[in-house]
Design a protein around this ligand. Structure first.
Ligand SMILES: [Zn+2]
Length: 284
């Protein structure tokens, strides 16, 4: 089954991973800007990183027939450094018009501090100023519930923000309702240890429906599985879910969300998918 990987940090993965993703049906992916594993020393490092995400990584993905999209920001962990945040934010606009940029992300909170909140607000303002979509990272473990609540409140304090243009990621059982009830799109991250297991993701969809839900691997330099989505497809099939339900979660929902960005299209001809107007236009 064709699928779209909405959250993968491919700069820290090998070409073998790209190959496995292509072989298992991945046709497109989106790569949010994230924490490098260490705190960067200057805004110049981010500028190089943004070039990597918008110039080099798309060409690497293309070798495997995978379309590469990306999101730009200074991540929540380094958002604590307000000086650096201001300098990085000033450099983002010149990259926003590049052909594979979908918007601002992954922004959000890490330890729910005041400085992180200020950096989050700056990023949201920047996204709205440029009409960009937003990808949100929510904090881990004990900070998740409070952090998700704070993030939603912060997003809602911007009056012209359309929640359908915001995906709130790393949702879990206790945060999914507040995300969807407030109109936001919702991401489940399939991780081998932390976050959501394959079984928990399938349980969540059985309890809450597939409406507005996306699954992703969030694969990076840590323990993570770049082919977590095809593994999830197997888990759903094992539970006898219809191909239509599975396809909605792994393909149609991401297309419906990404298609809100004017530069998103799927080059591979597929049958008509609701919301994928640009795909049809392109095939024409
Ligand atoms: Zn991530």
């Amino acid at each position: 089954m064709d699928y779209i990987e909405p959250h993968a940090h491919m700069i820290s993965r090998t070409t073998d991973d790209y190959q496995q993703m292509a072989l298992t049906g991945c046709v497109a992916l989106s790569e949010p800007a994230f924490w490098a594993g260490w705190d960067r020393q200057s805004a110049d490092s981010f500028e190089d990183y943004f070039r990597q995400l918008t110039e080099f990584e798309p060409t690497r993905a293309a070798q495997f027939g995978i379309q590469h999209y990306t999101w730009l920001c200074l991540n929540p962990k380094e958002g604590e450094n307000r000086d650096m945040a201001r300098q990085v934010l000033a450099r983002i606009p010149k990259f926003l018009q590049r052909p594979n940029v979908l918007g601002i992300g992954e922004i959000g909170l890490n330890r729910n501090t005041l400085r992180e909140m200020e950096t989050l607000r700056d990023h949201i303002a920047l996204a709205l100023e440029h009409g960009s979509m937003i990808l949100i990272h929510t904090p881990h473990l004990e900070d998740k519930y409070k952090g998700t609540k704070l993030i939603i409140r912060t997003l809602q304090s911007f009056q012209n923000l359309d929640p359908r243009r915001v995906m709130i990621d790393h949702a879990e059982e206790h945060t999914i309702e507040m995300i969807r009830d407030n109109g936001f799109r919702c991401g489940l991250t399939l991780y081998p240890n932390t976050k959501v297991s394959l079984a928990r993701a399938a349980d969540i969809i059985e309890m809450h429906s597939a409406e507005g839900i996306y699954v992703n691997s969030a694969c990076d330099w840590g323990f993570s599985v770049p082919v977590a989505i095809p593994q999830f497809i197997l888990e759903m099939r094992r539970r006898k879910h219809s191909e239509a339900t599975i396809r909605k979660v792994v393909y149609e929902n991401p297309i419906a969300f990404f298609s809100q960005a004017s530069n998103f299209y799927l080059s591979r001809a597929c049958e008509s998918v609701p919301g994928n107007v640009k795909e049809l236009a392109y095939v024409d």
